[in-house]
Design a protein around this ligand. Structure first.
Ligand SMILES: [Zn+2]
Ligand SMILES: [Zn+2]
Length: 350
């Protein structure tokens, strides 16, 4: 391809086999295979991969990578606080809050007067576990589109969390088992329950404990909680238990007293998905922007150009085009939906 030109954004931020590559800065954003220099937006496995030489991310994201990957987290780790400007060769980079999970960031790239914002995953709703999304005006906005269809409109979080509490009251002789991904969602469910005034111990599957402890080490008030594996069956009657989604239909759940099976995910908006997973109580709680949040954000950043990735691209591309914006779908490899954000292999057998 020709030499990079600031007036042609795709000439300096390119789609490659390893992911989005910034040519004048010689770094990748969320590369899905090991590279020399990676800027990582957040700790979910489809964005943060092990094995890079250099990783630049928020301190929280670097810590999450250390928790998950140990020595494989990256050879050299450089942290950047929100708003801090870092020069990478000719490019000015800064991380802005994305409101997705603890430490999540948008990557703001500026080169010779052109500013591209790579959103990573984001949402606009209040979330007690992370810093709210910052609107950064830009020339090109690279947006995720996990829930990029008009049918996706997430209900208020407190309303969904109330369903978990209602189930407890409705079935006092059972437990309520909530499926939630280990990084972000589980801790958000805990935080939202505390916000709703729930103060009983929450029982946790072993796969959720390290990341929950990490959130607590960063000042999040999630407790009290107890390991579910250490509790007797009778002890968990009437209690809330959180486990990774894979444990819902697994032998693991047999240790619980006749659990009401719930699942906290934006996908619970789709009845068929809930049914397919055998979920009795769908809890629509998402860490991704819904259709309204996506379209509002596209307007708010005032970019002339929208690149759409990571989900239902077509509808959002079409929407942007009707608003007179240049829009295109980015064919990035290795981007999954919310359901794939957690690697199943990190769940211990317990
Ligand atoms: Zn994510
Ligand atoms: Zn993602």
């Amino acid at each position: 391809m020709a030499t990079p030109d600031p007036s042609i954004p795709e000439s300096w931020l390119r789609v490659t086999d390893s992911g989005l590559y910034c040519l004048p800065g010689d770094f990748y954003v969320d590369p899905h295979r090991p590279v020399t220099c990676a800027v990582v937006t957040h700790g979910h496995a489809d964005h943060a991969r092990p094995g890079h030489d250099q990783v630049l991310a928020t301190e929280e994201t670097l810590d999450i990578m250390r928790v998950r990957y140990g020595a494989q987290a990256g050879r050299q780790m450089q942290s950047a606080g929100y708003g801090e400007v870092i020069d990478i060769k000719d490019v000015k980079l800064r991380l802005a809050p994305a409101g997705h999970i603890l430490g999540s960031a948008q990557a703001v790239l500026e080169w010779r007067g052109c500013r591209i914002v790579v959103s990573g995953d984001y949402k606009r709703r209040a979330d007690p576990t992370c810093t709210p999304f910052e609107v950064v005006p830009c020339d090109v906005f690279v947006t995720e589109a996990t829930f990029g269809l008009p049918v996706f409109r997430h209900p208020p979080a407190d309303q969904e969390v109330a369903k978990i509490l209602q189930a407890r009251t409705l079935y006092p002789e059972r437990s309520v088992l909530v499926g939630a991904y280990a990084l972000g969602k589980a801790q958000r469910v805990m935080a939202e329950l505390r916000t709703a005034g729930y103060d009983r111990p929450i029982y946790l599957h072993g796969a959720l404990q390290r990341l929950t402890e990490f959130y607590e080490s960063r000042g999040q008030k999630l407790g009290p909680w107890k390991p579910a594996t250490a509790a007797a069956k009778e002890e968990m009657v009437g209690e809330i238990v959180i486990a990774p989604p894979s444990a819902l239909a697994d032998r693991w759940s047999r240790r619980l007293p006749n659990p009401v099976t719930a699942m906290a995910s934006g996908w619970m908006r789709v009845r068929a998905r809930a049914k397919q997973r055998g979920v009795e109580l769908p809890v629509i709680l998402s860490d991704h922007a819904d259709w309204d949040e996506l379209t509002e954000t596209i307007e708010a950043v005032e970019a002339g150009e929208i690149w759409v990735t990571h989900g239902n691209e077509e509808a959002l591309v079409h929407y942007a085009a009707t608003k007179g914006l240049h829009a295109r779908a980015l064919a990035l490899i290795g981007r999954g939906e919310e359901e794939q954000e957690e690697l199943p292999l990190e769940e211990p057998a317990s």
